[in-house]
Design a protein around this ligand. Structure first.
Ligand code: XMP
Length: 518
């Protein structure tokens, strides 16, 4: 199998490290993120990168115990780019000086390009004034031997530095964020021009290689895959099906808490269009019975998660067993993270989807998306011919509508909420706003309010609408609909959905709110 040129990103704990990887991959370069303490020389050699990037991080080089890049990084003859903390530790380790900052710089700044270098080639001419994004307290105050300054700001005379002979570069600013408008081009220069990567890591190539890898792993074995209708499991299923055909059976556990039309869409897409063997198990009675009287959000999640595994195992047993379980685990789920203090304790995030690995099942995992970010999974889905309505779908939580019905969940409430949700999403689509929004949904409130209907008085449920923008779900802003849109949606809901007589719009950002209500 073709080996793609690759870059190693050594992580010192910056929140922005994943963005470095995204920018490189957009340039067609495969890369991995490793915590600094896991980057031993032998492991680096085995990985075989064409260059190394040292990320930013929260620590201060001037403090005794702060993390360092392994010495091998500077002796392997590979190009190195240090970003922010990465630049500072590179300078400190190679004989320069770093001082704790009295010149803190945060946010937008302008650098003056004072020298030419391969990093800037074709992007920033000498003499230009360019916008960058800064976030640092410490700064480099003396360069190591061999380096020269190529860009400066008022606060940072060594905002960008270069040692062309060794191909070592450092930037005090963050080229990975969009607020450094030419940052992606600088990273591309590093990966392609300086490191010599070919930039041939495309989704087409990934598809072919993933298919070969799955065939290799699975052989003649049987694979099961829990389909949820979400992007990750959908792309996993179609990819595994392309690799091993009918050796794959998908199991769709219907908990009765999906949105309007969702189950039909899953059956249509996977069974009819892709000819994938698909077991549809309607277990809604069982889920709703188990949820009776449960009002605590975490208890709802646990109940649904436990039952999901039970039902999945039953269906899997009916199939006569399998050796492999295909799962849509993504790269952000498996990146080892550096703890916020920069200490050596590594944690691995757990997958919090319903449908996580049933523990007692003893199946080997097939995880063909383990190397991909979400937007890459979407690109792969398009490459595989999945319809846009699945590939571009908003995230939907595993426990489904259960966590959008504060209080006890019943079938009647779920039916009511489905109708409200459908109208809201229909209007969002009709207004062309779907793709501009990260998530949009309705919540059925556990209060009844008084209204007037014709000549009579009504006493019905109130609902809330929620729509947010976000890049990763960690923070979110309220979507600023115009009032005309909101009143139109509210009008349709109270007119078309019997049982709802009041509509509110949730205008809380995250933090302090969360996206879901529970
Ligand atoms: P919050 O509500 O924590 O949500 O701001 C952040 C993102 O996570 C989704 N979410 C879940 N997804 N199981 C899931 O699979 C869950 O229990 C769960 N809770 C929240 C939420 O929809 C949003 O995208």
């Amino acid at each position: 199998m073709a080996q793609h040129d690759r870059i190693l990103i050594i992580d010192f704990g910056s929140q922005l490290t994943q963005l470095i990887a995204r920018r490189l991959r957009e340039a067609g370069v495969y890369c991995e993120i490793w915590p600094y303490h896991a980057a031993q020389e032998a492991r680096i050699r085995a990985f075989g990168p064409r260059g190394i990037i040292l990320s930013g991080g929260p620590a201060s080089v001037t403090e005794g115990e702060s993390p360092r890049a392994p010495d091998a990084v500077f002796t392997m003859g590979l190009p190195v780019l240090g970003i922010c903390y990465g630049q500072q530790t590179m300078c400190a380790q190679l004989g320069g000086r770093v001082e704790a900052g009295h010149h803190r710089e945060f946010g937008r700044a302008f650098v003056e390009v004072i020298g030419e270098c391969a990093l800037f080639a074709g992007v920033w001419p000498r003499g230009a004034r360019e916008q960058v994004w800064m976030s640092h307290g410490d700064r480099v105050t003396a360069l190591p031997p061999g380096f020269r300054a190529v860009a400066a700001t008022e606060g940072a005379p060594f905002a960008a530095i270069a040692d062309d002979e060794r191909r070592f570069y450092g930037v005090q600013f963050h080229p990975e964020v969009v607020h450094t408008p030419h940052g992606a081009a600088l990273l591309r220069n590093f990966a392609l021009a300086i490191c010599g990567c070919r930039g041939d890591w495309t989704m087409g190539a990934y598809r072919a290689e993933a298919v070969a890898r799955i065939r290799d792993q699975v052989g003649r074995g049987r694979v099961v895959c829990g389909l949820s209708g979400g992007v990750d499991s959908a792309v996993t299923a179609v990819l595994v099906h392309e690799a091993v055909g009918d050796q794959l059976t998908c199991i769709y556990v219907d908990h009765g808490l999906m949105r309007a039309g969702e189950t039909e869409q899953v059956l249509r897409t996977f069974r009819d269009r892709f000819n994938i063997r698909l077991v549809h198990r309607d277990a809604s009675d069982r889920f709703l019975a188990a949820l009776a009287g449960v009002t605590d959000p975490e208890a709802k999640r646990k109940t649904i998660g436990r039952l999901f595994i039970e039902v999945f195992e039953e269906e899997q047993a009916k199939l006569g067993g399998a050796e492999f379980l295909a799962q849509g685990t993504l790269y952000p789920d498996v990146i080892e993270s550096v703890s916020a203090t920069g200490g050596p304790s590594a944690t691995i995030k757990s997958h919090h989807n319903v449908g996580g690995l049933p523990e007692g099942m003893r199946l080997q995992l097939v995880e063909p998306l383990r190397e991909l970010f979400k937007d890459e999974v979407r690109a792969l889905g398009r490459e595989l011919g999945l319809p846009e309505e699945i590939v571009g779908r908003h995230p939907f939580p595993g426990p489904g509508l259960a966590i959008r019905i504060p209080g006890e969940v019943t079938r009647e409430k779920a039916d009511l909420l489905r109708q409200v949700d459908r109208i809201f999403l229909e209007e969002i689509r009709a207004a062309g706003l779907y793709d501009a929004i990260w998530q949009a949904f309705a919540v059925l409130l556990p209060v009844r309010t008084v209204g007037v209907m014709g000549d009579g008085r009504s006493y019905d449920h109130a609902c809330a609408l929620r729509a947010v923008t976000s890049t990763d779900g960690m923070t979110a802003d309220v979507y600023p609909f115009d009032m005309g849109f909101l009143t139109r949606v509210a009008g349709r809901i109270v007119n078309e959905v019997r049982g709802i007589n009041r509509v509110t719009y949730d205008i809380t950002s995250k933090p302090p709110g969360t996206i879901e209500w529970e």
